[in-house]
Design a protein around this ligand. Structure first.
Ligand code: DC
Length: 233
């Protein structure tokens, strides 16, 4: 039996949570879970069906009839009803709608249940999102809140889109991120918030490697963390 060790990472869109968490997971041989991808997956399905994203009754039926699977240890593959949607859920259309779907309590409770199950099955996990330290894993061994200035987050998102060959302009992006921050922080059910016992890391002026090194150090110095190679599993 693997002794559980949970790391929770929260923060606004574009703060670098995913890339940083994946690299920390790789270095320490932890399971990684991108919970935002799960909200994106439901949004993708709702958009396919062309329905009102604010209709909670519809979302309830949708969530009951959708199978979301997460595969992969440090890079997650997201499968919805058997279809691999990993790249399909990264479009501007999903970005513009996901916070609306993520407000829904029925969607949240179903996905939180699934997220906790992934953590229990994995044992050693780094999970990132908006409410991991406050709601999903309130007893996580380590909680981190990653943030960066809005301008810096826009710059990073612009680069991601460029790498994916998706055209967007900086003003539209800034508006989208600011609106998403607002909806995610102001919703009633588990809003984006720094947990009281979370370390705050502002990544605006620090490099990717410095952020990863810092987090690896925090984890390795935790009294309950034991290093484990993949060959030990
Ligand atoms: O991390 P991301 O940008 O892929 O997340 C997409 C959206 O999903 C985000 O705007 C809010 C929602 N989300 C959430 O409400 N709770 C989480 N734990 C993760 C994401």
């Amino acid at each position: 039996m693997v002794k559980p060790f949970f790391v929770a990472i929260d923060g606004p869109a574009g703060a670098g949570k995913s890339t940083v968490s994946q690299e920390v997971a790789r270095r320490l041989n932890l399971q990684y879970l991108d919970t935002g991808a799960m909200y994106r997956a439901i949004t993708w399905k709702a958009l396919q069906l062309n329905v009102n994203l604010e209709d909670d009754n519809f979302l309830k039926k949708l969530i009951e009839n959708t199978k979301i699977q997460i595969k992969g240890k440090q890079k997650n593959l997201i499968i919805v009803d058997g279809t691999d949607v990993t790249t399909k859920i990264r479009t501007p259309e999903i970005n513009n709608n996901v916070s609306i779907v993520a407000k829904s309590p029925v969607v949240r409770s179903a996905l939180v249940e699934l997220q906790r199950k992934v953590a229990i099955d994995a044992g050693r996990i780094i999970m990132e999102g908006r409410d991991i330290g406050t709601k999903v894993l309130p007893d996580a061994h380590i909680k981190l809140f990653l943030t960066a200035s809005l301008d810096e987050r826009c710059r990073r998102r612009l680069k991601d889109f460029k790498d994916m060959n998706i055209k967007t302009d900086i003003q539209a992006l800034k508006k989208e991120l600011a609106l998403r921050d607002k909806i995610d922080s102001e919703r009633k059910d588990s809003p984006l918030m720094q947990a009281e016992d979370a370390f705050l890391i502002d990544t605006t002026n620090i490099s990717f490697n410095e952020v990863v090194d810092k987090i690896v150090e925090i984890i390795e110095n935790h009294k309950d963390f034991k290093k484990q190679d993949s060959k030990d599993e």
